[in-house]
Design a protein around this ligand. Structure first.
Ligand code: ATP
Length: 251
C-alpha cells in the first residue's frame, strides 16, 4: 500500500506539490492524472525516494520512507519517465544488475528475467548490448526490471509511451494480474482511455493539489454532466478545449 500524508515539495518559493493526502490500498491499480506541470512526476519521484519532500510523509507497505529508506525502497519498483540504463550491459545483465541492487540473485532471478524478456518479445535480444535497443525495447526492459524483484508496490511514470500496441496490451495484462495478486500500482498517464480501462481509482492533480479522487463513477458524479474520462478531466481541471485552437488559428 501507499500512504501519502500532507506531502509537499517546494522548488524555492514555488510549490510543485501542495500538501497532498492519498491512500492506495493493496490490490489496487491507481491512476494519477493531471495537466502538464501539475506535479505528477514530482510526486512519483518523492515516492520512489529520489526526491526529498519539503514536508509530509510517505509510507510504502507500512514502512515510513524517511525513517527507514532502505527497507521502504526494498518494497518498491519504479519505472521512471526518463529512465537511465547502462548502455554497455546486455538486457539480461541489466536485469541481473537490478535484482542484485535488491539483494536477489540465483536461479529464481534468472528464471524471472527470462520469463519477463520472453513476455515482451525480447528473448532474442537478451544477450545484446542495450545500446543496440530501440526506444520501445528499452522501455520494455525498464518495465521488466521493475518486476524482477517482485516488489509490493510499483510506481510508474507514463508507462505506455513508446510501446507498440502489442506491448501496451501485454503491459496492461501484467499490471492487472499484478494487482489481482494483492500488489499495489500507482501510474501516471496522459492516455485517458488507458486510465479509464485499467484503473480501479483515479486522482486528478492540478497546480500541485488533488482536484478529485475516486472511481470513474465518483469522478463523473463530481464533474456533473457524465461523459467519458476526457470530458470529466477537462471539466474538473477547467482546461481549454479544442475550440480555443480554432480561435487561435482564426486570429
Ligand atoms: P508533465 O505532465 O508535463 O510531465 P508533471 O505533472 O509530471 O508534468 P512535474 O514534472 O511534477 O509535472 O512538475 C511540477 C511543477 O514543478 C512544474 O511547474 C515544473 O516546472 C516544476 N518543477 C519540476 N522540477 C523542477 C525543478 N527541478 N526545479 C524547479 N521547478 C521544477
Amino acid at each position: 500500500m501507499i500512504e501519502l500524508r500532507s506531502l509537499t515539495k517546494k522548488y524555492g518559493s514555488f510549490t510543485a506539490v501542495d500538501s497532498i493526502d492519498l491512500s492506495v490500498p493493496d490490490g489496487q491499480l491507481f491512476g494519477f492524472l493531471g495537466p502538464n506541470g501539475a506535479g505528477k512526476t514530482t510526486t512519483l519521484r518523492m515516492i520512489a525516494g529520489i526526491l526529498q519532500p519539503t514536508a509530509g510523509s510517505i509510507h510504502l507497505a507500512g514502512i515510513d520512507l524517511s525513517a527507514d529508506p532502505l527497507a521502504a525502497k526494498a518494497k518498491l519498483g519504479f519505472i521512471p519517465d526518463r529512465p537511465f540504463i547502462y548502455e554497455k550491459l546486455t538486457g539480461a545483465e541489466f536485469l541481473r544488475f537490478v535484482a542484485g541492487l535488491y539483494g536477489q540473485d540465483g536461479d529464481k532471478v534468472e528464471h524471472r528475467g527470462r520469463e519477463l524478456m520472453a513476455l515482451f518479445d525480447l528473448e532474442e535480444w537478451a544477450d545484446e548490448l542495450v545500446e543496440s535497443y530501440s526506444h520501445g525495447m528499452r522501455q520494455k526492459l525498464i518495465i521488466s526490471s521493475a518486476f524482477i524483484h517482485r516488489p509490493d508496490v510499483i510506481v510508474v511514470d507514463e508507462p505506455m509511451v513508446g510501446l507498440d500496441p502489442k506491448a501496451a496490451r501485454i503491459l496492461k495484462d501484467l499490471f492487472r494480474e499484478y494487482v489481482r495478486r494483492g500488489h499495489t500500482i500507482m501510474m501516471s498517464t496522459h492516455t485517458l482511455e488507458v486510465a479509464e480501462a485499467l484503473c480501479d481509482r483515479i486522482a486528478i492533480i492540478q497546480h500541485g493539489k488533488i482536484r478529485a479522487v475516486g472511481t470513474i463513477q465518483d469522478l463523473r458524479a463530481e464533474a456533473t454532466g457524465g461523459g467519458g474520462l476526457e470530458e470529466i478531466f477537462l471539466r474538473l481541471t477547467g482546461e481549454r478545449a479544442a475550440r480555443d485552437a480554432m480561435e487561435v488559428l482564426d486570429a
